[in-house]
Design a protein around this ligand. Structure first.
Ligand code: PLP
Length: 367
């Protein structure tokens, strides 16, 4: 069977085993004689799938009892608004750290809701690094501190997280959730669109500490954490197919040996490609400073625009998909989420070496 070497940034590669299981169960889920999309979202069969997804995530991430797991729609982008609508009261200020385009977008939406402040930023350095945790000065009664744990577009990632004391730490983990172990109890909210590490698009996971869920009737019901929490994320019709696929990806993650094992694989995968960059004598240049490098999105450039467009053309011809950098910054990017196998990373690294040799040889011939 043809299986493309898929380095898309999101929606992204899904585990083959998950797709095959979905295929096997496509016409008859849970022995119902129906496909999962035809089940009532109030049926026992669907409820089992729904609760299994939530339970698996709790197990995999070791989520403490005092947290609620919500399955919502609207993508991570809707959380940019829901977070301040639910957590930022009048008279308080929310702190934001800018580490890339997604944090900028989160801030932009929060500004429409209330008072905000930027407490650290790497914007002046083209978002090549993550600010040092010790340098971050919070407003002591900030409503929350918002960070983007992995910067999908720039290819940087937080290695350790700011200590925020009483201030809830809110993290957009869309592109690195479930890629490594984290201590959930250090966060007030963790949220993620599913389409990078968790499944298909159409579902957003929100892990929220229960004391941050408060009743507030002035917030529209669909944007209200309290309404979703009280209804086990079944207030209205959920995206049942996406939740089913999420449940399969989470079961796959458990079969891989859990997050610890997945993290080891991810380190090995990223090392293969970063080694190709670092061993290229500057032919490939990483965008991120080495201590801020992302293990999920590897961003790099080549010595000239000509070399870059040649590389992108040839890598595509060789059967690798998704290596163009984000349209806002250009360059190249390899997204290597949990479902991307090590062999694909090795093949990409080999291709990079061969391309470099061929390009150099051609240059030498011309001059
Ligand atoms: C992809 C991504 C988003 C946007 O997610 P949507 O589900 O499309 O709204 C937000 N933040 C980060 C870090 C992302 O990688």
């Amino acid at each position: 069977m043809k299986r493309t070497r898929n380095f898309n940034a999101g929606p992204a590669a899904l585990p083959l085993e998950v797709l095959q299981r979905a295929q096997n169960e496509w016409l008859n889920i849970e022995d119902s004689g129906m496909s999962v999309m035809e089940l009532s979202h109030r049926s026992a069969e669907f409820e089992k799938i729904h609760n299994r997804a939530i339970q698996s995530l709790k197990e995999l991430m070791d989520i403490p009892e005092n947290y609620e797991v919500l399955l919502l729609q609207g993508g991570a982008s809707l959380q940019f608004s829901m977070i301040p609508m639910n957590l930022l009261p009048e008279g308080k200020r929310a702190d934001y750290i800018l580490t890339g385009s997604w944090s900028e977008k989160a801030l932009k939406e929060a500004k429409k809701v209330g008072e905000t402040a930027v407490v650290a930023s790497s914007k002046d350095d083209k978002y090549t690094f993550i600010p040092k945790v010790e340098d971050i000065k919070l407003n002591e009664d900030a409503a929350y501190l918002h960070i983007t744990s992995n910067n999908t577009i720039y290819g940087t990632q937080w290695k350790d997280f700011p200590q925020t004391g009483r201030v809830p730490l809110v993290a957009d983990m869309s592109s690195d959730i479930l890629s490594k172990k984290i201590d959930v109890s250090k966060f007030g909210i963790i949220y993620a669109g599913a389409q990078k590490n968790l499944g298909p698009s159409g579902i957003t996971v929100v892990i929220i500490r229960k004391d941050l869920i408060t009743d507030n009737d002035s917030i529209p019901s669909m944007l209200n954490y309290s309404i979703h929490a009280k209804n086990n994320s079944l207030y209205n019709t959920p995206p049942t197919l996406a939740i089913y696929l999420l449940s399969l990806v989470l079961e796959w993650a458990k079969e891989q040996g859990g997050v610890g094992k997945i993290a080891e694989n991810n380190e090995e995968k990223a090392k293969v490609i970063y080694d190709a960059i670092d061993g290229s004598d500057g032919f490939y240049k990483g965008h991120a400073q080495p201590d801020s490098r992302s293990l999920m999105n590897i961003t790099f450039t080549l010595p000239s625009e000509e070399a870059e467009s040649q590389f992108l053309k040839e890598v595509k011809q060789a059967g690798f998909v998704g290596l163009n950098g984000h349209r806002s910054i250009g360059g190249c990017r390899a997204s290597i989420y949990n479902a991307v196998p090590l062999s694909h990373c090795q093949e990409l690294a080999d291709f990079m070496k061969k391309f470099q040799e061929a390009f150099k040889a051609k240059e030498a011939q011309i001059s």
